[in-house]
Design a protein around this ligand. Structure first.
Ligand code: PLP
Length: 391
């Protein structure tokens, strides 16, 4: 057996180094990285400011426990609070752990307020919230749940976008709704802003907490710091990760004071969460993403790429059905097999990611320029025209 647990169908390809929007294999072949390690390397590879932050911290202190104060953590927490709806933050090492914290917090809120029976959470078909037992139960995809013993109770999945079904499914046992403002794994499926506002209103009417999973769509990817800001709403709890560390593992659960009111000393924890190295890098990521003009540039670049992709979809209407997404979280719904398209693009030097609904995801670093868009469109044009790609 191979030494690595065979839970991935990996491409036979390895990269040796990265530079900005490109990665290079051992033979020196260059690839344009429009996958960003699945929306993680938001500032590209080898960003000098992130390298400097990591090196400086590495020479000072790597790790203490959360039994003591961690100044870099306090700084990042305060900055996230200042930049978002949140009053408080818990740091994790991954998106799944941020989601787990969000689920526990919602349950604990109702329990602490005298309604422990309100532990159920409504989720949506096509959702992906991670791979822990709670996260797979929340995601609702049977393929990911089966064989792992009893499905964790407390999640009720309703069809994505079917708000009537949501209202029908609601009972007094529901204490929260959890949703991705844009489904990533689900195929770049966006919740319209007016629906997100209606969901906020429904949660308020029913005394439910609104949990947003912005693990993939957050940290500037859509051109707002967090995607829900486009809708002008404020969630109660939000899970974030991926781009927050720019490639260093870090996640966070953000919450309002009210939503977090059940969480007290001992009710949650993590050995590594909020570690000084992760905090130093995430603080450096925020230096760039929250700098004046950065998010505006993501909106502009996203619009330019979107426009190019629409034109590409017209040129290759036999191959591309639709362009989806917002900012630099974009998807091409293709005909034929999206995984074959992703593989063909990879062979042609462009890294993308497959998603449900036959979508090819384009998740470039947020600092790409017109030259990267031109390079991507050129590769897409040539790859989609190749005879072996024809649907
Ligand atoms: N939630 C969403 C929306 C995601 O896209 C992902 C990962 O793809 C996760 C949660 C899980 O994050 P992680 O893989 O960091 O645990």
């Amino acid at each position: 057996m191979e030494p690595l647990l065979p839970v991935y169908a990996r491409a036979d390809l390895a990269f040796e180094r990265g530079d900005g929007a490109h990665v290079f294999d051992a033979a020196g072949r260059r690839y344009l990285d429009f996958s960003s390690g699945i929306a993680v390397t938001a500032l590209g590879h080898a960003h000098p400011h992130l390298i400097a932050a990591l090196k400086t911290q590495a020479e000072k202190l790597w790790h203490t426990s959360n039994a003591v104060r961690i100044p870099e953590q306090e700084r990042l927490g305060a900055r996230l609070v200042a930049a978002t709806f949140a009053d408080t933050v818990f740091f994790t090492n991954s998106g799944t752990e941020a989601v787990e914290c969000a689920i526990k917090m919602a349950r604990k809120y109702h329990s602490a307020h005298g309604a422990p029976e309100r532990y159920r959470i409504v989720t949506f078909s096509g959702a992906f919230h991670g791979r822990t037992l709670a996260a797979i139960a929340a995601g609702g995809d049977l393929k990911k749940i089966e064989g792992f013993g009893p499905k964790l109770d407390g999640f009720d999945s309703v069809p994505f976008g079917d708000w009537a079904a949501l209202r029908t499914a609601l009972s007094d046992a529901h204490g929260a709704v959890m949703i991705e403002p844009i489904q990533g794994e689900g195929g770049i499926r966006q919740v319209p802003d007016e629906d997100l506002r209606a969901l906020r209103k429904l949660c308020d009417e029913r005394g439910m907490l609104l949990i947003l999973d912005e693990v993939q769509c957050g940290v500037g990817r859509t051109g707002q710091f967090y995607a829900h800001e486009w809708a002008g709403i404020r969630p109660d709890i939000l899970a974030t990760a991926k781009g927050l560390g720019g490639g260093f593992p870090v996640g966070a659960c953000l919450a309002t004071e009210r939503a977090a009111s059940g969480m007290t000393a001992g009710s949650h924890g993590s050995t590594f969460g909020g570690n000084p190295l992760a905090m130093a890098v995430a603080n450096a990521v925020l230096d760039v993403i929250l700098a004046d003009g950065f998010l505006e540039s993501v909106v502009k670049t996203g619009a330019a790429l979107h426009e190019e992709l629409e034109a590409l979809a017209t040129r290759h209407h036999n191959m591309v059905d639709e362009v989806r997404g917002r900012g630099l979280m974009l998807g091409l719904k293709v005909r034929g097999d999206n995984r074959a398209v992703v593989a063909g693009l990879r062979t042609s030097g462009l890294l993308t990611v497959a998603a449900s609904e036959n979508v090819v995801r384009l998740l470039p670093p947020l600092m790409i320029g017109p030259e990267h868009i031109a390079e991507a469109v050129d590769i897409l044009d040539r790859a989609l025209a190749a005879p072996e790609m024809q649907a």
